[in-house]
Design a binder for this molecule. Structure first.
Ligand SMILES: [Zn+2]
Length: 398
């Protein structure tokens, strides 16, 4: 069987076509339809496959085999009669997104080569993220920004883009950015005066169709630098979404989008001072509780203080325990509600004989919590509904 004629090679804007079913194939276990010609782009070269409809059925996947046959997998594994003339329609929105991303990738790869001295080693145009990996470990942010600016300037120039199959002699004279991956039927894409690269993908026919190219980030990845970018309708969608978030934030802060950073900074400062005041108040509460508990321990025949303190946290609990155990005979059995449970602590003065660590271990086992420590001091965490005073009293009496 001869290779499928790729209609998108000559015209990436041709979306509706008729073709003849010339056979059936299989793709990863799924039955596929083979056509004499097709406008559907099969997944290859880092670009995802087209979607759309063929013979009335939705396209689930498009792939190409080693013989150049394009396999069309239809939803539900449907097949079309061999010999039938069928109508195909490529999903326009998805194709336009891919055209812009792919063209944007060529342009950005060239700009990174020329301005950031970083050659592209691989690129990926994903469902949500597009990346270019270059042959350097790091990239200068300023040079990447200049590369992005150059690409957008060429987009504004609305330069023509030409995809063609040069003769071997012609090919030898072209200033290709990278060597072709195939040895025959080499297709070349020339973008204005900016870039000439071998590629079989679908590209825009003029640079203005790309709309914009936007670099989203630079990171290290497996010993290379990776540039994440976006272009065309996808970049526009992302910008609108982000602008929408900023506008909503502005409404929440009753300010304009540009004043949101100032509003957030003010909120951050206020939160900081509120936290500080809360800490001070908690400290005073803890000191008052500590004084009360120390007095109770002094009056108790066994010099014990058993208490659950509200939301004080482990740090302040230690401070309270320290105040109580200033009395050498005292033992403090303290708990405080914290996020996700009850923080518990047992601490003793120099003259107390209770083994805090082993006591807390028994308490934790009884309450299905965890905890332990030294004879002088132990800490743990019990379930939020544990009844600490009852638990301690029962264990002391047993
Ligand atoms: Zn390409």
């Amino acid at each position: 069987m001869t290779a499928t004629v790729r209609l998108y090679h000559d015209d990436p804007l041709l979306l509706d076509f008729t073709a003849t079913v010339i056979g059936h194939g299989a793709l990863n276990g799924a039955p596929s339809v083979l056509l004499d010609r097709s406008a559907f782009y099969p997944e290859s070269g880092g670009q995802m496959a087209d979607r759309g409809r063929l013979g009335g059925a939705a396209i689930a996947d498009v792939q190409v085999d080693d013989d150049g046959q394009v396999h069309h997998v239809l939803e539900g594994g449907a097949l079309l009669d061999v010999g039938a003339s069928v109508v195909g329609g490529v999903d326009r929105g998805r194709r336009r997104v891919h055209m812009a991303l792919h063209t944007g990738q060529h342009m950005l790869s060239r700009a990174l080569t020329d301005l950031a001295f970083a050659a592209t080693v691989s690129s990926r145009l994903g469902e949500t993220t597009c990346t270019i990996d270059v042959d350097r470990e790091t990239l200068d942010e300023r040079l990447v920004a200049e590369s992005e600016a150059l690409v957008n300037a060429v987009i504004d120039d609305d330069a023509p883009i030409r995809a063609f199959f040069p003769t071997p002699a012609e090919l030898a004279s072209l200033p290709l950015r990278r060597a072709p991956k195939v040895t025959e039927n080499i297709r070349v894409v020339a973008i204005g005066d900016l870039d000439v690269s071998p590629c079989g993908g679908t590209h825009c026919t003029r640079t203005a169709q790309v709309g914009l190219v936007r670099v989203l980030g630079i990171e290290r990845y497996k010993g290379k630098a990776r540039v994440t970018f976006s272009a065309g309708p996808r970049a526009r969608r992302e910008l609108w979404d982000e602008a929408g978030v900023l506008r909503d934030l502005g409404r929440a802060f009753t300010c304009g989008p540009r004043d949101v950073p100032t509003a957030v900074e003010k909120l951050r400062r206020e939160l900081g001072s509120a936290r500080e005041s809360l800490g001070d108040a908690r400290g005073r509460l803890a000191d008052a509780a500590a004084a009360e508990l120390a007095a109770a321990a002094a009056n108790d025949p066994d010099h014990r203080a058993i208490a659950v303190l509200d939301d004080l946290g482990v740090e302040i609990l230690r401070r309270v325990a320290g105040r109580i155990t200033a009395l050498p005979e005292a033992t403090a059995f303290l708990a405080s509600r914290v996020e996700g449970g009850l923080a518990v602590m047992i601490s003793r003065g120099n003259a107390s004989k209770i083994d805090c660590g082993s006591f807390l271990k028994r308490a934790a086992a009884a309450a299905k919590g965890r905890g332990g420590g030294r004879p002088e001091h132990a800490e743990g965490r019990l379930p939020a509904d544990a009844d600490w005073p009852t638990l301690v009293t029962q264990l002391l009496e047993s």
